[in-house]
Structure formats: structure tokens, C-alpha cells
Write a protein that binds this ligand. Structure first.
Ligand code: C2O
Ligand code: CU
Ligand code: CU
Length: 504
């Protein structure tokens, strides 16, 4: 039995890096679309947190025997609170980045891979220059500087590569990490902290006989999305977690390329959801199961004090009709093997959410329509279009400040499409899910996951099941520029199920 244990990455790096210095001074003069553009906007004195993040090739001991070649983010804290970076021991995942709302953050990304890459801060409300659009991908050996202010609510966010056509393999080989934002609204709640605040990053992988990752690449894998044969939790196969008989905060991220999970407790006790993509809910909600699609985060309140010490309980995947979902399996096995050394109570109210009013949307009666379908050559598309690096169609232009309703329609088996779910993600903001409608012909597949959908709170990714129409409501605030919306099944994204929208 191994305890999930997080230690601070305390190596403080001297701020004299030959690599960073010249790029930093030169970059404001590069045009924003140049491949090596960096756009620092803060003067050094204003920076609260500065990080160096490098994407490197490395090895990780995942299975017994030969180590596995991985790609991973390595982090160094250049400036800021000592506990900003926390590494997960024995994991290929990048360091957990802890940020406070309001901090001015600079992150210097160094691409030490053999191919172009760029980092996207998934879920964060950041300026265009800091969003990691694929046109900003940098060549091997180059560096990109991100400057942004933390504007988001307390919650769980994440970072991953976003070069066009290569996001799937780069994430798969290991490039991903969590971001945890803290704010003054969360603080007085006294939620479980430290070792009682457990990240659970769920990813599926396939290994070959030499313990190396196998990444599909077949047409079928691209069309369906890659499904692995082994489950990794926080980059490890080891999924036994030793816990005290007390309450924990569990931060789930589905970091898988395409697999959807429907999670439940093995003893049938309900899951208490306290947060979603965009942070804490207003009130805790109980669900018998929770459905979590790629890129989504769900925070759970786990009260192990109701179990006697010595008991074991599992978080399991319930069989469902999403691809690869026919068999049950254990996601995490909790052993309640220690008395509580203290505990915290579930706050009846978690946060204040000022919801948008759908009636105030500029297009309240005529939502922007996005149909998710398969076109000629078995390529997934949105409204018949696939990704174009700089293009924005006339129906993809929004105005800054506007509140809008977008409707995603998964055309399922109509026409030549296949029946697949699409987790739709919109960059740079959090939205509310205001309506779902299912075509009765697809009710059975839908019913296998719908009781687990958590639609409360703020989201940046929404699961759109075959035959389903989902309406989301959002305001395009503060920043203008080019952002993305796409399917977060990474194989679908890489084949072009992604488009720009512009905010002006
Ligand atoms: Cu997590 Cu555009 O992606
Ligand atoms: Cu994103
Ligand atoms: Cu898709």
C-alpha cells in the first residue's frame, strides 16, 4: 500500500538563465504571429510568480522492469511562494502549479522536444497571447513567455500541449499537469488541505512488451479516439490509496485522450460533488455516479469517517455505452487504515455563483448553431468545417462583452456519421450549461451516462452525446483575439474537429 504523497519542489533556480534572458528582452518586438513570439506584458517588478517549464524527453518507472520513455514537463520556480510547484513523486505528470487569484504570473516555456509545441492553460481566462493557440507553437530549442493575471475562481485547472495535429500524441506521451487556483472565497471554508487534498488524474495507456507506450495512429483510432488497455492514476499504475478515517477533497481530472468514465463508489454510497471545471459549486450536490469526459474536472468531498478503520472502498468505473465502457473496473482503491488525526466538516455553502440570465443573451432566441458531424473521408467536423490555422468564418465572430447562447448538436447516426460522444471545449472562459435535449432514438445510449452528468456550476468542457443538443451560455469578457473551440477527444481535435472564434 502506498500513500499518495506530494513534496514541494524546493529547488530554487537562480534567475540568471542564459536561455530565458535574450528571448525575454527581444520578444516584445516580434509580431504576435511569429512562431517564436513571446509577449511579456508585465515589468519584472510586477511579477508575483515566475516559472520555467520545459518539455523534455525522459524515462519513468511505470511498470516493473524496463522504464518507459515519456515526454514530460519539468518545472523550476524562479520567483514566488515556495509551495507554488509540487511534484508528484514517480510520475511523468508535470508539477502541480498552485496559484492565487490576482497573482501576476510569468511562465517561460522551453521546448526541448524534437517537434513544435506550445502550452495551453486549460480553463483559464487569459489574453490571446497566453492561450497557447497552435499558431504560436515554437520550434525545438525555442522559448515562449506567457504573462497573465490569475482571474479565475478557486478550483482545478490543467495545462497541456496544443500544437495542431500533435496534441493527442504529446499529451499521451506524458505532457500534462494540474493547476490549482486558490482565492479568498475558498479560504474560510477550511476545506481539506495538504495530504487530504488529493489529485486524481485519470489516464488510459497501452504498453508494449518492452513497457513502452503504444499510441494508435490507425484510422480507426483516429476516428474513434484512442483507448488504452491500462489505467494510470497520476501517472502510475498503483491505484491503492491509504487514507485516514476523515474527510478528503478529491480533485478528479479526466486526462485521457478519448475515454469517458462514469464513476461511482463500490459500496453504492453517493458521491458528493463540490466542484466542476470552473471551481467550487454553490452548494454540494449528491450523485449516485458522476460522468467525466476528457478534459473535465470534478471535485468530490469524500468522507471516509463513515467507514471503520480496516475497511476498503473503491471508486469504480460503471459500465456504460461510451466507447470502451462496457466493463467495470477499479479507478482508485481506498484503504481506510488510519484513525483520523483531525477532520473538517463539509460547508453547507461553498461559494457564491452569480449566474448569467439566458434571457439577457444577445442571441437568446437564436443560439449560434454548431453541428458535430462526420464528413467525407471519415473526418469529424463542426458545421462542415475543419480546422484552419488563421481562418474565422462569419458565424464564428463574437463581440467582447456579449452574453451568448451556443448550441452544439451531435448529429449521431444521421447522414454518414457514426455514433460517438463529443466533449466540446471552449477556450478562455467558463460557461453555464442551460439545456439538454436528447433525440428519443438515442435515449438508451444517453441513459447509460446521463444520470452522472454534473451540469451545475461553471464549465469549459461539455459532453454532447449522440443525438443530443446542448445549450451553453457565456460572456466573452476582457480579451479580444483568436481563441479555439473544439472536441476534446484529442484524436478528433487533431484530425481537425476544431475551429477558431474571434472576439473583437
Ligand atoms: Cu484542453 Cu484546446 O484544450
Ligand atoms: Cu482549453
Ligand atoms: Cu469528438
Amino acid at each position: 500500500m502506498k500513500k499518495l504523497f506530494y513534496s514541494s519542489d524546493r529547488r530554487v533556480f537562480l534567475k540568471n538563465m542564459a536561455l530565458g534572458a535574450s528571448a525575454l528582452t527581444l520578444s516584445p518586438f516580434f509580431p504576435a504571429c511569429a512562431s517564436s513570439a513571446s509577449v511579456p506584458v508585465f515589468s519584472d517588478i510586477d511579477i508575483d510568480v515566475e516559472l520555467q517549464l520545459s518539455a523534455v524527453r525522459d524515462k519513468a518507472q511505470i511498470l516493473p522492469g524496463a522504464s518507459t520513455n515519456v515526454w514530460r514537463y519539468q518545472g523550476e520556480l524562479l520567483k514566488g511562494p515556495e509551495d507554488t510547484l509540487k511534484i508528484i513523486p514517480d510520475s511523468y505528470l508535470g508539477p502541480i502549479i498552485h496559484l492565487e487569484k490576482g497573482q501576476h504570473v510569468r511562465i517561460n516555456f522551453a521546448n526541448k522536444l524534437d517537434e513544435p509545441s506550445i502550452i495551453h492553460w486549460h480553463g483559464l481566462h487569459v489574453p490571446e497571447s497566453a492561450d497557447g493557440h497552435p499558431r504560436l507553437a515554437i520550434a525545438p530549442g525555442e522559448q515562449y513567455t506567457y504573462d497573465f493575471t490569475v482571474l479565475d475562481r478557486a478550483g482545478t485547472y490543467w495545462y497541456h500541449p496544443h500544437p495542431h495535429g500533435r496534441t493527442g500524441p504529446q499529451v499521451y506521451y506524458g505532457l500534462a499537469g494540474l493547476i490549482m487556483i486558490h482565492d479568498p472565497e475558498e479560504e474560510p471554508l477550511d476545506l481539506p488541505q495538504g495530504q487530504y487534498d488529493l489529485p486524481i488524474v485519470i489516464q488510459d495507456r497501452t504498453f508494449d512488451q518492452d513497457n513502452q507506450f503504444v499510441y494508435g495512429g490507425s484510422n480507426m483510432d483516429q476516428m474513434m479516439g484512442f483507448l488504452g488497455t491500462s489505467l494510470l492514476i497520476n501517472g502510475r499504475t498503483q491505484n491503492d490509496i491509504s487514507v485516514e478515517a476523515r474527510s478528503y477533497r478529491l480533485r478528479l481530472l479526466n486526462g485521457s485522450n478519448s475515454r469517458i468514465y462514469k464513476l461511482a463508489m463500490s459500496d453504492g454510497s453517493p458521491l458528493v460533488v463540490i466542484g466542476t471545471d470552473g471551481g467550487l459549486l454553490e452548494y454540494p450536490v449528491e450523485h449516485n455516479a458522476v460522468t467525466i469526459a476528457p478534459a473535465q474536472r470534478i471535485e468530490l468531498w469524500m468522507d471516509f469517517s463513515k467507514y471503520p478503520v480496516g475497511e476498503k472502498v473503491q471508486l469504480i468505473n460503471q459500465p456504460n455505452a461510451t466507447p470502451g465502457g462496457n466493463n467495470p473496473f477499479t479507478v482508485a482503491a481506498f484503504s481506510i487504515d488510519q484513525e483520523a488525526s483531525g477532520t473538517t466538516a463539509l460547508p453547507p455553502r461553498l461559494s457564491i455563483i452569480t449566474a448569467h440570465d439566458p434571457k439577457e443573451a444577445v442571441n437568446a432566441n437564436s443560439p449560434r448553431q454548431f453541428s458535430l458531424q462526420m464528413g467525407m473521408g471519415m473526418i469529424w467536423n463542426i458545421n462542415g468545417r475543419t480546422f484552419e490555422m488563421e481562418q474565422v468564418a462569419s458565424d464564428e465572430k463574437v463581440r467582447v462583452g456579449d452574453l451568448e447562447v451556443w448550441q452544439f448538436t451531435n448529429l449521431g447516426g444521421m447522414g454518414m456519421g457514426m455514433l460517438l460522444p463529443h466533449p466540446m471545449h471552449i477556450h478562455g472562459l467558463q460557461f453555464q450549461i442551460i439545456e439538454r435535449q436528447i433525440d428519443p432514438r438515442y435515449q438508451d445510449v444517453y441513459a447509460s451516462v446521463s444520470d452522472g452528468l454534473v451540469d451545475e456550476g461553471w464549465h469549459d468542457t461539455v459532453l454532447v452525446m449522440p443525438g443530443e443538443q446542448v445549450k451553453v451560455l457565456m460572456r466573452f469578457e476582457d480579451f479580444t483575439g483568436l481563441y479555439l473551440y473544439h472536441c476534446h477527444n484529442l484524436e478528433h481535435e487533431d484530425m481537425g474537429m476544431m475551429r477558431n472564434f474571434s472576439v473583437s
